[in-house]
Design a protein around this ligand. Structure first.
Ligand code: DX5
Ligand code: ZN
Length: 218
């Protein structure tokens, strides 16, 4: 299982040092939480843009961009310039599946993997038809909007069902889980069928990134 470290709560002072430390500690990706102040209350556009600029110059580790935005098309464009590994958009941001498929197609045409994300209350049935067109399904395990929340246990069942569906239909889709994941609950998340875990505060607030990432990967 791979770890994508959310840099949402990385402090601006010393951020370059923090990014270096996270890379040497063994994170597989940097998870970029883009919030627009509309789809969710917080706005992280400026800071995440700045962080991506730094990351582009100091690391070759892949960027995992999670767009919690309403104006999906313009933010896809704003973040494509950083050549991320993938861009994940929210099912709930679209008005219809045609629009959603267009955005996913646009991401892929720009040499980027495309992901779809669902909020805790969105049923997986809503996105099953879209799975053949994505590389990743990101299951929110907390309400999107801020870091440091507690994982909602009901979301683990969704991961299990998705895993079953993906295997049964021989799809090549990674399951990514995002929010409230820590050393105490990661085993359950993994066993549910998760391929990539997003971890923010459990790593960033720890005193030793390497030790924490090793424990999470054990
Ligand atoms: C929530 C974000 C997550 C989250 C991860 O809206 O998508 O990436 O902040 O941080 P922790 O691990 O602190 O929940
Ligand atoms: Zn995220």
């Amino acid at each position: 299982m791979e770890i994508s470290t959310s840099i949402l709560n990385v402090k601006q002072e010393n951020c370059i040092r923090t990014f270096y430390d996270l890379e040497t500690a063994g994170t597989d990706y940097f998870h970029i939480d883009v919030m627009d102040g509309t789809f969710v209350e917080n706005n992280t556009v400026k800071i995440m843009t700045e962080y991506c600029e730094y990351l582009n110059t100091i690391t070759r580790l892949p960027l995992d961009v999670h767009l919690m935005v309403k104006d999906v098309q313009s933010y896809i464009n704003s973040f494509l310039i950083f050549e991320p590994r993938n861009i994940t958009i929210h099912y709930e941001a679209s008005n219809n599946s045609g629009e959603l498929l267009n955005w996913l197609q646009y991401i892929k045409e720009n040499n980027c993997k495309a992901g779809i994300s669902i909020k805790p209350d969105t049923e997986i049935e809503k996105i099953l038809d879209i799975l053949p067109y994505v590389h990743t399904i990101l299951v929110m395990t907390v309400e999107p909007g801020k870091g440091g929340q507690k994982l909602l246990p009901k979301t683990i069942e969704k991961i299990k069902e998705l895993k079953k569906y993906i295997i049964q239909n021989k799809l090549e889709v990674d399951i990514e889980a995002d929010g409230g994941i820590n050393i105490d609950n990661i085993k359950e998340i993994k066993e549910a069928g998760t391929d990539i875990v997003v971890v923010g505060s459990a790593i960033i607030n720890s005193s030793n990134y390497r030790e924490t990432i090793n424990k999470l990967k054990e």
